[in-house]
Write a protein that binds this ligand. Structure first.
Ligand code: UDP
Ligand code: MG
Length: 319
């Protein structure tokens, strides 16, 4: 019988764990699916891990690990993918904003032979205006850059074992899970779902952390911003040719001297271009620097007994 793993990244979700466990285990047992739940506590500062341990004691199908500090949702997802043993793995939020019933649809599609099932949001649920605008802008930019429509995509997906093995074997540190499953290819399909409201607590993302997330993802997935630097260079060269001709003509006809406005504008424009370019290049150098250091994506400080192998510490690919 095939095993279904559900990976649940959780950061300060003590109020959600026990509810999520009972909802998911009820659902999957009801459907007669052999399952395991893999909770990754992302360096939570509340009792999330204790809640996971408690659940694991009651139900051996529940596994969990705790990070040594907050490494971010991407890291939690990848840790979960590495720990999961299922033939199919579903990644979902542990606040149940991703409706659990959809797992059954995904499972069915997987049994029909699909290797990637994307959860597509039919609406974005309730969000603040600022959040909506910034998320909208982020997805517009990302979709343009990586040529995949990201607006409705989410981290809610089912992946076949083959796909999980491909993704966990990637050597890169700066991953963007949402887009990587598109990148990986395989036989893919999607299911639509309605984003639910959060029962307990608030969104774990601040506008600032979303902004950092956006820049990180763009630079880890596309080199287009770097080419933008070239475009800016070309634009300023065109400007300077025109101005050079004009200046020479003025000089030769003896009407020079005037023109401080031009000088000031030129200094400002070119200065601006150069700084933006340096900034963009800087972001890429930062990514390269992080990749070159080769530090692990996450460090596991604790894990429940039913997690296979010695996973604590800086856990790398090879199990
Ligand atoms: N999360 C995480 N690490 C973080 C932030 C969030 O593992 O640093 C988890 C969180 O516990 C939740 C999921 O990622 O299960 C989505 O987070 P949240 O609900 O705060 O985001 P939203 O639903 O508002 O996009
Ligand atoms: Mg949520």
């Amino acid at each position: 019988m095939s095993l279904l793993s559900v990976v649940l990244p959780s950061y300060n979700e003590e109020q959600n764990i026990s509810n999520t466990v009972s909802v998911l285990s009820g659902l999957l047992e009801g459907a007669g699916i052999d399952y395991e739940l893999v909770f990754i506590s992302d360096g939570s500062r509340d009792n999330t891990y204790q809640e996971i341990q408690k659940a694991a004691k009651e139900n051996p199908r529940i596994k969990g690990a705790e990070f040594s500090r907050n490494f971010g949702k991407e890291a939690s997802i990848f840790a979960g993918l590495q720990i999961a043993l299922g033939d199919a793995v579903v990644v979902m939020d542990c606040d149940l904003q991703h409706p659990p019933e959809v797992i059954l649809q995904m499972w069915k599609l997987w049994q029909e032979g699909y290797e990637v099932v994307e959860g597509i949001k039919s609406s974005r649920g309730k969000e603040g205006l600022a959040h909506k605008l910034s998320a909208g802008l982020f997805y517009r930019i990302m979709s343009g850059l990586i040529k995949i429509d990201m607006n409705a995509s989410s981290d809610f997906k089912l992946l076949d074992r083959k796909v999980v093995d491909v993704l966990t074997a990637l050597p890169e540190r700066n991953t963007f899970f949402r887009a990587l499953s598109f990148w990986a290819g395989f036989r893919a399909t999607s299911v639509k779902y309605e984003v639910q409201e959060r029962k307990f607590g608030t969104s774990r993302w601040s506008t600032w952390s979303l902004m950092k997330y956006a820049i990180r993802n763009v630079t880890s997935f596309s080199t287009l911003p770097l080419q933008l630097v070239t475009v800016m260079g070309v634009v300023s060269i065109l400007f300077s040719i025109i101005l050079a001709i004009q200046t020479l003509v003025r000089f030769l006809t003896g009407t020079a001297v005037e023109g401080f406005t031009t000088v000031i504008l030129l200094v400002l424009i070119i200065g601006g271009f150069i700084m933006i370019s340096l900034g963009i290049i800087g972001h890429y150098i930062a990514r390269i620097y992080e990749e070159v250091k080769g530090r692990p994506k996450f460090i596991i400080s604790k894990a429940t007994d039913n997690v296979q192998g010695n996973v604590t510490g800086a856990w790398n690919q090879n199990r």
